[in-house]
Every structure is written in C-alpha cells, then in structure tokens.
Write a protein that binds this ligand. Structure first.
Ligand SMILES: [Zn+2]
Length: 376
C-alpha cells in the first residue's frame, strides 16, 4: 500500500499520522545541526523534499530509507533514539572520567552491573522486535551519573544518531544518483557526510568513537541473536573499512591513530560486556592495533598529567603478559616510530614531542623483559 505512494513527503506524513510524534523531533534537530556541514547538493534535495526525514513514535528501534519514484523517505523510530540513549547511558556508567586520550572506564559501577544493564536493554530490544505491537518504551538505567559522564553519554548518543542519519542520507543520495546503493557504499559516503562536521570543528575523537560504537552495538546485538540486516557487513570488516575511510580526511596516519583512542577503549569495553553477557571469563580480544592505541592513549595521559608513569608501566606489563614478546615487539616498535625522539630546539616541545621524550625516559622503569623492545 505504502509503496504505491510516489512522494517521500506523503510517505512520511502518512506514517506520522499513524504513529504521531510526541515530544521533540530528535532527527529533525540533529539534521538541523549537521546540515551546516553537509554538501549543498544534498541539503538542496532535502529543501526540495526529494529527501524527507521523519521521526515516528514507534517503540521498536528502527531506521531505514525507502526509495520512491519522487525521492527517498528516511524514517527513524523514537525507539531507535531510546535504544541508543539507553546503551550510551549504561556504558557511561563505567566511566570515571575521560580525557581526549581515552576513557577511563570502570568502577563507577562494576563491570558486571554494566553488562547486566546492557544485556537488559538488548533483551528489551529483542522483545520489541518479537512483539512489536507492544508499546513499552525502552527504559534506561536511572543511576546517578556525574555531570561529566552525563555529558559523555549525551555526546555519544547525539553523534551515534548523526552517524546513522548520515548513513541513511547516503542511501538516499546513492539512489538519487542512480549509483549502486549498497551498505558498503552508504557507509563510505555516510562517513564523509558525518566527518565533515568533525573536520570543521576539529573535534574528531568523540565522533569517531560514536560511529565505531554504533557498529559495535549492532555486532553485540547479532551476538545475542538479534539480526539487524543481512546486507550489513560483518562488524570487524565494517569497522576496518570505516577506519580506512578516515584516511581520506586531511589527516596523517598518526592523526587517525590518535582519533581512535576513545573508539578503541569503547570497543574493548563492549568486548568485556559481550563476555559477561555470554557468561564466559573476560577474555583478551585486543589485536595489535588496539594494544598500540591502548599504549598511545596511556602515554598521552601521562604527558597530560592525568595518569602516573606507574600506571603507564602497569599497562605495558599487563599488555605484555597478554600478548607475549613477539607481538609486544611490534606494538612497541610502532609506538616508538609514531613518537620519535626529537632534537633539542629553542621552542617548547609539542605534545607529540613530549610523548616521544617521555616514552624514552620511562624505558628504565619498564619490566626488564620488555625494556629492550621499547626505545630508550
Ligand atoms: Zn544501510
């Protein structure tokens, strides 16, 4: 019935009559913020109602694009926003603080509690999908968060929604141009739309973290048996493609590594959550890149005075024990290359130069068996 409507406006209006929106139109607000950094050819299509975005009050989390003869309709359910917010708020319960370099997660509430919360939210999602006539709103945990943690949860949620929106806008644009509208292409173009605001604001880490978190949340859902879409790429592959897509930014390899710090700590957190949900012992899932980013962010925290050298050394020790000498050698080598020793100059050293210096200073305090792997 609906597919016979040719106009995206008519399509969305019809849905909105059936599921009238109460409260804020979140996606409208997010579009209004994002539009400033979107390409003119895209915003023109939205202005001309060839692409129409709409939110409907449905508790089942969903976001999709429908291609019609006169354009594309992008539909978000309020359930999607509730779900994203519930997850970000739950995992933020683990954060005790965060700097640019990473998120110190733990202990605000225990890992087991967080996993229970996230598992509970996933169960609610599954129930929504199984019995979507139910009109129960997804609940989010109402424990007290510090103002900072609250802020992180909001920022993560807002960025995650913006990424999903950009992905859907990319579907609409790909269809408009008559190109191949695959999930992969939507991710690639959506990434450009999404990151253009980050580039303008020169704020990359939270947007990158939020984008990777969206992919990671969908992977966790698949792990507990919720199938999102057969077209979606496998999570690991999708994450890797998005990371490679970041290389198209005017950014160096090291810029991108530093952009990944919060993303990697959230990925590790979600790995822990998955293990707890699955009822298995917390395993070590870090690949070499994640270990490298883990040490990079700790080193940055040392230079910023947020953690002590002892904590950095403990991190090296722990990672070394997890991955062994051969892998640690690669990780240490990469870190040393990223932050080379800098020549003495008149001008005060940059943060990166300080990181290079500090890394070499710390060497003598590292565990004996690992010392020779790191630069001195
Ligand atoms: Zn898609």
């Amino acid at each position: 019935m609906l597919s016979r409507l040719n106009s995206p406006s008519a399509y969305v209006e019809r849905l909105q009559r059936k599921y009238p929106l109460v409260g804020d139109d979140r996606i409208g607000q997010i579009y209004a913020i994002t539009a400033k950094s979107l390409p003119a050819e895209l915003t023109r299509l939205v202005d001309q109602h060839a692409i129409v975005l709409g939110t409907i009050s449905k508790t089942r989390p969903d976001a999709y694009t429908v291609h019609l003869r006169e354009g594309s309709a992008i539909v978000f359910t309020t359930g999607m926003m509730d779900f994203i917010y519930a997850v970000t708020r739950s995992i933020t319960g683990m954060f005790v603080g965060h700097g640019n370099a990473g998120i110190e997660y733990q202990k605000a509430i225990g890992l087991g509690d967080v996993a229970d919360l996230v598992a509970g939210i996933f169960t609610q999602w599954m129930n929504q999908r199984r019995w979507y006539h139910r009109s129960k709103q997804i609940n989010y945990p109402r424990f007290r968060l510090s103002e900072e943690a609250q802020q992180i949860a909001e920022t993560l949620a807002k960025n995650a929604e913006a990424f999903i929106m950009c992905h859907e806008l990319a579907h609409a644009m790909n269809a408009h141009k008559g190109g191949d509208d695959t999930e992969e292409n939507a991710d690639a173009l959506g990434l450009k739309y999404f990151m253009s605001a980050a580039v303008i604001n020169n704020q990359h880490r939270m947007p990158v973290a939020s984008m990777m978190l969206v992919v990671r949340i969908f992977a966790s859902l698949e792990r507990v048996g919720v199938h999102i879409s057969s077209d979606y790429l496998q999570s690991a592959e999708r994450t890797e493609k998005l990371r490679r897509g970041l290389r198209e930014l005017p950014a160096s390899e090291l810029d991108i590594d530093e952009m990944m710090t919060i993303a990697v700590s959230l990925q590790e957190l979600m790995d822990d959550v998955d293990d707890v949900i699955a009822g298995v012992a917390r395993g070590n899932h870090q690949d070499d890149y994640q270990c490298y980013i883990g040490l990079l962010s700790r080193l940055e925290e040392v230079v910023r005075g947020r953690i002590t050298e002892e904590e950095f050394v403990r991190g090296v020790d722990e990672i070394g024990r997890n991955i062994g000498i051969a892998r640690m050698s690669k990780v240490a080598n990469r870190l040393g290359t990223s932050y080379p020793s800098c020549p003495l100059t008149e001008s005060p050293p940059s943060r990166r130069e300080l990181m290079g210096l500090r890394l070499r200073e710390i060497n003598s305090r590292l565990p004996e068996n690992l010392r020779s792997l790191f630069p001195s």
